[in-house]
Design a binder for this molecule. Structure first.
Ligand code: SAM
Length: 190
C-alpha cells in the first residue's frame, strides 16, 4: 500500500466524528452539485455522492494529486459515476462551466494563503443561492495555531470576501462549523 493511501485512510477515519450530524445540517438534495475543496481521502465526497444521487455531481478538489488518485481508485472500484476529481492550485480551481449548490471545506481554511482573495475568486463557482460551509479547527490542542483559525477571523474574511453567515453550529468538538451565502443572494431574497 502506498503512503498516500495510508494518509487517505487516516484522514477518512478522522473525518467520521460528528459527520452524520454535519451532513444532516447541510440539507443536501438529490441533484445538487457540490465541491469538496481539500477533499483529502474523500470521506465527505462519497457521503455527498450518495445523497446527490446520479442526477447530481460531486467535485473532489485538492492540490494533492496522489489523494485525488486515491479517490479515483475508489470511484472506479465501486463504479461511482457522479464523482469528478479536480486538481487545484493554491489560488483556486477550475470547474469548467458547472456552478455549485454547496462548496464544502473541512479543515482546509488554514491552508489557504490569501483567504480573502481566494473566497472572492471562488464566488464564480457558486450558484446564486449557493452556500459555502466551512469546518475548521478552533485550536490544535494548544499548539501554535498554524493548523487552526478562530471563528472570528473566518467570519471577518468571509465578510470582506462578499459573504454573509447564515448558520453556525457548535456541536463539533474543537471545530467551528459555519455556513455562508453571497451577500447578493440575501439581497435578492429579502
Ligand atoms: C487536513 S486535510 C483535510 C482533508 C478533508 N477535508 C478532511 O476533512 O478529511 C487538508 C486537505 O486540503 C488540501 N489542500 C491544502 N491546500 C489546498 C488548497 N489551496 N486547495 C485545495 N486543497 C488544498 C490538502 O492536500 C489536504 O488534502
Amino acid at each position: 500500500m502506498k503512503l498516500t493511501d495510508i494518509w487517505g485512510i487516516m484522514l477518512n477515519n478522522r473525518a467520521k466524528a460528528g459527520s452524520q450530524q454535519v451532513l444532516e445540517k447541510l440539507q443536501i438534495n438529490n441533484g445538487d452539485v457540490i465541491a469538496d475543496v481539500g477533499s483529502g481521502g474523500g470521506y465527505f465526497v462519497f457521503e455527498f455522492a450518495r445523497r446527490v444521487k446520479n442526477e447530481g455531481k460531486v467535485f473532489a478538489v485538492d492540490t494533492n494529486t496522489d489523494l485525488l488518485r486515491f479517490i479515483n481508485k475508489r470511484s472506479q472500484k465501486q463504479e461511482i459515476q457522479n464523482v469528478v476529481t479536480i486538481v487545484a492550485d493554491k489560488s483556486g480551481f477550475n470547474l469548467s462551466d458547472e456552478n455549485c449548490n454547496l462548496i464544502f471545506l473541512r479543515n482546509v481554511f488554514h491552508h489557504i494563503d490569501n483567504a480573502e482573495v481566494y473566497f472572492r475568486n471562488i464566488q464564480e463557482h457558486l450558484k446564486p443561492n449557493g452556500r459555502i460551509a466551512i469546518i475548521e479547527w478552533l485550536n490544535q490542542n494548544g499548539a501554535n495555531g498554524c493548523h487552526s483559525t478562530s471563528e472570528l477571523k473566518i467570519c471577518k474574511v468571509m465578510e470582506t470576501a462578499g459573504y454573509k453567515r447564515i448558520n453556525s453550529f457548535d456541536f463539533l468538538q474543537n471545530q467551528s462549523f459555519n455556513i455562508f451565502v453571497l451577500n447578493s443572494a440575501l439581497a435578492k431574497n429579502s
